[in-house]
Design a binder for this molecule. Sequence first.
Ligand code: PHE
Length: 482
Amino acid sequence: MEEQKQDRGSFGSNFGFLMAAIGSAVGLGNIWGFPYKMGKCGGFAFLIVYLCLAVFVGLCVMVGEMSLGRKTGQGVVGAYHKLAAKFTWVGWAGIITGFCILCFYLVLGGMVTRYACGYLLAMFGVDTFGDPATFFGRFLVNGGGMVLWFFIFTLINVLIVSGGIQGGIEKFNKIAMPALFFILVAVLIYVACQPGAGDGYKFMFAANFSVFSDPEVGFLKVLKTAAGQMFFSLSLGMGCMITYGSYLEKKEDIQKNSVIVVCCDTMMAILAGCVVLPACAAFGLDYGGGPGLLFSTMQIVFSKMGGFIGNLMGFLFYFLVFLAALSSSISILEVCTAYSVDKNMAAGKGGKDGGRKKATILFAIGIFVFGLLVALDGLGSGVAGGAAIKTPAELFGIGVKGWNDCWLDFYDMISEGILMPLGAMVMSLLIGWKWGTNMVLEECEADGKKAWGRGFFNACFKFITPIGMVVVLYGQLTGFFG
Ligand code: PHE
């Protein structure tokens, strides 16, 4: 048999790695989750709590994940297996998390794609929305449409991930991330020029902690909402940064890269807030409206802007959300693909690239099948609301709770609710108490530079992060089951 040299792949440059890691972090979490959670949790107060968590918990988990990945040169299952075979299950939890997240993330990505295409056509005078005030509700229960756009978005993911690290993921992100940033700034400037936008900024940036004494919200709710958000937004707890780290060259600076990713992710979330909240303020819409903000509220904003400019802004806005969602979803799919590639390579199977294409396609098919539940239940409308299939609550004939009101929330409960905080907690406990912070910092020093913040990282891995994760886990469980 012919000997074939197998190549796992690696990032071509540090810039490419950064764009990919920032691409993973900046996603629906930033542009959708951050503004609506901020809208519900008191604006400024939420921002401050979020920033503290990003520095004291997010940064350290980010450094930890990138180091574990680069040290082992393996995806999430391989990394844990290599370091402590007894904890391979944490790696498996990462794969299951990725699978569950994609079951809804790709459906949402498909919806965003639909909106972007709709506004593009509208710029040329073709109206595919009908009455903008009711479009969202109609679209949700249109099972055929939802599945079609879900399929299209999944296909785009497969095309990029099967292209490999340099030829697919890095190439896409190097163009998409700068583009995303400039579009965001352009939309932001337009929104800032609208009369009445000022109230939105005031809500975000004028010091005001009254939400802590609001009996409906309170400090603990702000804390747990911000903690869960920070975590999901930075792509932590499921091995995404382990996987990307495994493709990073030894000469690159992990600590610096982590700081850049955390800063950029936070900045993009704030910028997204600066688009969405002032836009609502300018057009007299409520920003506490919850998850509908990205779709229904923003669509009304664009229709109120009216004419060509409204359609152009609509297109730019949803196109940027499309780029953000896609750059995140490919990073999650890569977690799954990398697992198969590593396994094949260890067995010398799969040819030159370790069977990357086949693995990507198989995972995508599995995700598509399980994701159909999300695409067909009308995101909670259920058969009672005209959707094709029942929501979990309808199916099991039980009262509506956070985890069962739609299939999206069901998958979200498993992944973001339980497995992600658990994964990050176990990882930081292992680093803090078993492997030692030194192991991580030694990996950081592989670039020849001395690592900084030894005491800070030690305290974070041993105490602050595990405690932070307990708060997240508690918050998520009470949110889903309480
Ligand atoms: N960080 C992404 C977002 O903000 C989501 C994500 C979670 C990506 C976990 C990768 C891993 O939307």
